[in-house]
Write a protein that binds this ligand. Structure first.
Ligand SMILES: [Ca+2]
Ligand SMILES: [Ca+2]
Ligand SMILES: [Ca+2]
Length: 237
């Protein structure tokens, strides 16, 4: 019976020891390569995940931006609605005040010193100058409004007073809400009676929205620049 050679010996027969070393080295190299490839695959997988997350974030951000857009738009609609309500409330308040005035109606005795009585109103001709807004505020502090000249009779009274004085006077009319539509600020009512000077209102340079008169205008009306400092006339009913 032939003797069985040990395995190592058989193996040894095919390869020299240096060859064996090389095989061992290669095996180590291949394993390392495999490890590296596995790492690269892992890295690519990770990168893929990152890109997926990034894409989700971009979509999310888009959604958030859309939501912000929507909310901002919504807020501006609410502000508009609020403003409308405020304007309505202001109108009601003015109407109420006018009704109260009409009920009370000034008498010659009820006009304070320095105020002139004419047909159920007390008038104050200022001796200080202010811009139109502050002139109105001054009148309100004194429980009155910049004068609303609503009839020819009232105009005749104001005209005669103004002609006796020098300087320009603010009146309570303006067309700042809608250009060319003149309203009395005390009532928000559109002019019924008017007494504009020839060629007025001309909205000169697109910047004249406040009503004034004066002796230089022979008591007729002109649209002036609201920020100008002028004398002014308050009316208390
Ligand atoms: Ca009046
Ligand atoms: Ca104007
Ligand atoms: Ca003018």
């Amino acid at each position: 019976m032939e003797e069985i050679e040990p395995f190592e010996d058989v193996f040894d027969k095919g390869f020299t020891s240096s060859q064996l070393h090389m095989v061992e080295d290669n095996t180590v190299h291949v394993k390392q390569r495999e490890k590296e490839i596995a790492q690269i695959v892992q890295s690519i997988t990770d990168l893929n995940e990152i890109f997926k997350d990034l894409a989700t974030m971009v979509v999310d951000q888009g959604t958030i931006l859309d939501r912000i857009d929507y909310n901002v738009e919504n807020a501006s609609v609410q502000v508009d609605k609020g403003l409308q309500q405020l304007q309505k409330a202001e109108k009601y308040q003015k109407k109420n005040r006018k009704m109260l005035w009409c009920v009370c109606g000034a008498t010659s005795q009820s006009c304070h010193q320095g105020w002139t009585y004419y047909q159920k109103s007390c008038y104050y001709f200022s001796d200080i100058t202010l811009d139109w807004i502050n002139a109105g505020a001054f009148c309100q502090v004194h429980h009155s409004e910049l004068v609303a000249i609503e009839t020819q009779a009232e105009n005749a009274f104001i005209e005669s007073e103004v002609k006796n004085r020098t300087g320009g006077y603010w009146l309570g009319g303006n067309d700042s809400v809608t250009e060319g539509v003149w309203e009395w600020t005390s009532t928000d009512e559109v002019f019924d009676y008017t007494n504009f000077a020839p060629g007025e209102p001309n909205d000169s340079n697109g910047g004249e929205d406040c009503l004034m008169t004066g002796s230089a205008l022979n008591g007729k009306w002109n649209d002036g620049i609201c920020s100008t400092s002028l004398l002014f006339i308050c009316e208390r009913m």
